[in-house]
Design a protein around this ligand. Structure first.
Ligand SMILES: [Zn+2]
Length: 195
C-alpha cells in the first residue's frame, strides 16, 4: 500500500478533511484526521495494518511476539497488526494518570514487542506506552503508526520507527493563521480525537 493510497483511503472515508480547523490544543490547522472513521471498517483496518507490518524489516518481524498500543486510538491498530504478524495483541491504558498494562496482560521477560499508534503527533503517548512495556519486562523492538504527523523525530529513543505515511502537521497560533486571514472562523469537528 503506497502513501498515496493511504491518503486516498482516508479521504474517501471522511477520515482526512482539509479546510480550516481549531485543534483541541488551541492551534489552527489545515488538516483534520480521525482514524476512527476508517478503522470502523474492519477490512480497511486489516489492510492498513498489514501494510504497516510489511514495512518492518523481516529480521525484526521474526523477533516480535506481541503488539501493544495505547488505548483508545491504537487498540484496533494493535489488534490488526497482531493478526498480520500472527502474534497476540495487548493495549496499555491510563491508571491514576500513568500508562500501564492492566486486565491481566503480561509480557515474558525480554519478550519482543512492536508498539503501534494510529497517529503520532508529538509521540507522547507512544513514549508512555514504551515505558509501560519496558516496566512490564518487554523489549520494544520497533514502533509503527498509520500516520506520523510529527515534524522532527523519526525514532523513539533508538527504537526504529516505521510509519506507513508521513504527513507533517501544519498548525499555527490563531494570530499567525493564514487561513483566518481569508476564511474567518475555524471549524472544531468533535471535541476529542483531533491530531
Ligand atoms: Zn485560523
Amino acid at each position: 500500500m503506497t502513501a498515496d493510497e493511504v491518503v486516498v483511503l482516508y479521504k474517501e472515508n471522511g477520515a482526512l478533511l482539509q479546510g480550516h480547523f481549531l485543534l483541541s490544543s488551541g492551534l489552527h490547522s489545515d488538516t483534520y484526521l480521525q482514524s476512527a472513521k476508517i478503522l470502523q471498517h474492519p477490512g480497511h483496518a486489516a489492510r492498513l495494518c498489514a501494510a504497516m507490518v510489511a514495512g518492518i524489516p523481516a529480521d525484526l518481524q521474526q523477533r516480535i511476539s506481541c503488539v501493544v498500543g495505547p488505548a483508545m486510538g491504537a487498540v484496533l491498530v494493535s489488534y490488526e497488526c497482531g493478526r498480520a504478524l500472527g502474534v497476540r495483541s495487548l493495549f496499555a491504558e491510563r491508571e491514576a494518570g500513568q500508562m500501564v498494562l492492566r486486565r491481566g496482560f503480561a509480557l515474558a521477560p525480554g519478550e519482543g514487542v512492536l508498539v503501534v499508534e494510529d497517529i503520532t503527533t508529538t509521540g507522547g503517548s507512544m513514549r508512555e506506552c514504551i515505558a509501560a512495556i519496558t516496566a512490564a519486562g518487554g523489549q520494544v523492538l520497533a514502533a509503527s503508526a498509520i500516520i506520523d504527523r510529527s515534524s522532527g523525530f523519526s525514532d523513539f529513543d533508538d527504537i526504529p520507527f516505521f510509519p506507513l505515511l508521513t504527513l507533517p502537521v501544519r498548525t499555527w497560533e490563531a494570530v499567525d493563521c493564514p487561513l483566518c486571514a481569508v476564511d474567518g472562523t475555524p471549524v472544531k469537528p468533535g471535541s476529542r480525537g483531533l491530531h
